[in-house]
Design a protein around this ligand. Sequence first.
Ligand SMILES: C[S@@+](CC[C@H](N)C(=O)[O-])C[C@H]1O[C@@H](n2cnc3c(N)ncnc32)[C@H](O)[C@@H]1O
Length: 209
Amino acid sequence: MQSHRELVVEPIGLDAETLERPLKWAELFGNDHPVELEIGMGKGTFLLEQARNRPEVNFFGIEWARWFWRYASDRLRRAQCGNARTIRAEATFFLTEFVPEHSLDVLHIYFPDPWPKARHHKRRLIQPKFMPLVQRVLKIGGRLQVVTDHQGYFEENIEPSIRGSALTVVDYNTPATAGNGEYVGTNFERKYQREGRAFYALAATNSAK
Ligand SMILES: C[S@@+](CC[C@H](N)C(=O)[O-])C[C@H]1O[C@@H](n2cnc3c(N)ncnc32)[C@H](O)[C@@H]1O
């Protein structure tokens, strides 16, 4: 993918090599505000709109694809979102190695890659083995929010994994930054909405003791 403009990652985009494990959110953001983390932020539309509208919350985005990570970090930098940071990393690895136990208020996962071919289903992020990690990083009372357009992924993995976990399913919260009729307002949602696709949303809280 190409951009005609130079994408500047710093100071929003961080280098995992320079972070301590586990990291300390309060030191990273310079305050002890609640932290919400998005896995697979793509071009960063959700993170940008949330960070701009909710300065009392810290937002952290994980994105594996280098170009999307650079693009989103540059957008957040240009919008002067001092309450946002990003990392280019694989999410399971990053949550395991870097994110402190019970430290996130919300974990957002919007339009995760569906890996539609049967032989690739094992690559799907949300499956039963992922759920203990979600439980570990969410605060008690913290929330997981998921939206997908992929019925198979939702019915085969997302819903059974979440319902079968120690989390408690609750009503999905539509963010205030979502547009009319949107679940969340990401680039993929907007693209798929134009194609008339159906969406599937689920939320759960970490009520485990
Ligand atoms: C289908 S796109 C959705 C992007 C954005 N959330 C949206 O709704 O517009 C999925 C994104 O998640 C990223 N991704 C997929 N698996 C990931 C993982 N394990 N760790 C980090 N990022 C991941 C991909 O690179 C891609 O940018």
